[in-house]
Design a protein around this ligand. Sequence first.
Ligand code: HEC
Length: 176
Amino acid sequence: MVGGTKNGNPSASLSPQVRIIMGNWRNRVIIGAVIAAVAVVAFAYGRAIFGGPHRADADDPELVALGKAVYASHCAECHGANLEGQPDWRRPLEDGTLPAPPHDASGHTWHHADQLLFDYTKFGGQALAPPTFQSAMPGFEDLLSDREIWAVLSFIKSRWPAHVRARQEQMNPRRG
Ligand code: HEC
């Protein structure tokens, strides 16, 4: 036997091995690609269902920046460009509604948990208040995405001093 081959053709005896190696390699690539594809889909799906913010996060600069823009175009006209609210905001107006309160630390926004602020913004005051109360706070369900609502609340929170943020944080359910 010359060169360890049966028929004297070295490549003929090597090719099955090479083919097996190539085959394994190709299978691995295919399996790898399938796993990667499943992972990508699962990730995207997970983000769609569980993803996006579920709370206001004043430490997320991207969210705060988005919220700042949302605030300027949708909230500032009533709650004030500087979150200062409308003048004499504690006194009801003649039509029985309240002026818009400030969202800075001088108001009572920080007395509420994130979820309530979210619901108030999304569904409006009338949806949450007792029927006898006449709310002038519109709901933004049709105008803003959930992410934009969390963003504007993140922006509002970012304007509170640290101790106010800490107090308000205690009202939120604990995160895992
Ligand atoms: C047309 C005026 C108006 C606009 C615009 C408006 N609000 Fe209000 N908002 C009010 C009034 C008035 C109240 C007082 C409570 C009520 O009447 O229901 C209020 C109350 C609130 C409250 C509950 C009270 C508090 O301080 O916790 C939240 C939260 C709130 N607004 C968030 C927002 C956000 C966020 C935006 C912008 C996306 C916005 N509002 C835009 C008028 C407005």
